[in-house]
Ligand binder design. Structure first.
Ligand code: KG4
Ligand code: ZN
Length: 357
């Protein structure tokens, strides 16, 4: 079964082909350079760029793999959460294509796809716990099967990636800033007492990163040279120690918080031996080390997609679509976007042919 995946939820136009659960090829046009000029994603610009790239990227993907559009069995697309205008570009393209080539249509939840993408590279069995850490979301899930994701924890304010981006922006690092903070943190030495570990003094599995972000920004008042961005360096290793050490301290505070709540989730579900973690922040060097250590100590497994598959991509959409399609699910042409992600409509059609709206 050949599945095309389309991802346009934010600032990356991505398409990928997955055959029987194996990634064949993918193409991606990143808009980060454009949005970097504004220090964040500008929704209208994002939609326009998706419109510009989606057709040519599709042509490039099928042509370089010698595939005729009619050979595609499933056209899948991110239906949310994400920016409405951006999602609509992908969903409109997917509907038109599926109708033209008579392929099944599948709308995929972006957050769930991030976690399910682990299966592209590693085998695991449900039930599992899932930590989704991205630019817009920080969720803990109890996952019974591909359709049954129960949210057991969430951020009460900012997402972990958002905290990386906002602190990094103040430091003058390139947007999105998580990768740069990570690289500087690896080269620096963390002070574990510099910043607080928020939201740990309670019994919930919820996160909060807004207070940590504010504490980090206030702490920068003590380092005017960092606020003024009066530095220049070519690689993380060459950066000033004060910048590297600050990034290391901030990085450690975020990772400590994520690990503490994840440990509590594992304690709450001792029968579950597998933890998945995914989303852009899951490519963080320290988080990957600490999650592996956390799982090892408990005799469990912590699995994550490889870093390139942690950030937004279309392989995860095509792979999730394959999981659903082989169970006989698809969507009708009246499928709608879910920009806010919830409530997730249970509107898949089971073991039936697609019906036109
Ligand atoms: O999943 P993703 O690509 O897009 C969303 O769905 O949001 O995640 C993007 C987020 C951004 O906030 C980015 O700064 C963060 O992931 N990120 C990282 C790293 N790489 C990307 N955060 C920390 N460490 C990284 N290595
Ligand atoms: Zn994402």
């Amino acid at each position: 079964m050949l599945c095309l995946g389309i991802e346009t939820s934010c600032d990356e136009t991505a398409l990928a082909l997955v055959r029987d659960g194996n990634l064949i090829d993918s193409v991606l046009a990143s808009q980060s350079d454009i949005h970097a000029l504004f220090g964040g994603v500008v929704p209208e610009l994002a939609s326009r760029e998706h419109c510009r790239y989606i057709g040519p990227l599709f042509d490039e993907l099928v042509q370089r793999n010698g595939i005729l559009p009619g050979q595609i069995d499933v056209v899948s697309v991110t239906r949310g959460p994400g920016l409405l205008g951006s999602l609509l570009v992908g969903v409109a393209f997917a509907k038109a294509l599926s109708l033209t080539i008579d392929a099944k249509l599948l709308g995929i939840n972006h957050l769930h796809a991030h976690l399910l993408a682990t299966g592209l590279e590693q085998n695991f069995r449900f039930p599992v716990l899932g930590l989704l850490v991205s630019g817009g979301h920080t969720h803990l899930y109890h996952i019974q099967n591909i359709k049954d994701f129960r949210q057991i924890g969430k951020t009460l304010d900012d997402a972990a990636g958002e905290a990386f981006d906002k602190v990094g922006k103040t430091l003058g690092l390139p947007y999105p800033c998580g990768r740069a903070v990570d690289a500087l943190a690896v080269a620096g030495t963390a002070d574990p007492h510099l910043l607080p570990r928020p939201c740990l003094d309670n019994g919930t599995l919820d996160f909060s990163f807004s207070g940590l972000k504010t504490a980090a920004l206030r702490c920068l008042d003590n380092y005017p040279e960092l606020r003024n961005r009066a530095y220049s360096f070519k690689s993380a290793g060459e950066a000033p120690d004060i910048l590297k050490n600050f990034c290391a301290s901030f990085n450690l505070a975020v990772v400590d918080t994520l690990c503490d709540k994840t440990r509590r989730a594992l304690d709450a579900y001792p029968e579950i031996r597998t933890l998945l973690f995914a989303g852009g922040v899951a490519s963080n060097t320290l988080l990957r080390e600490r999650m592996a250590e956390l799982a090892r100590r408990r005799g469990s497994r912590a699995l994550s997609p490889s870093p390139a598959l942690c950030t937004d991509n279309a392989a995860m959409i095509a792979y999730a679509a394959w999981l659903f399609a082989k169970e006989g699910f698809c969507h009708a042409l009246d499928m709608e976007t879910i920009p806010r992600g919830t409530p997730i409509p249970d509107d898949m059609i089971e073991n039936k042919q697609r019906t036109a709206a």
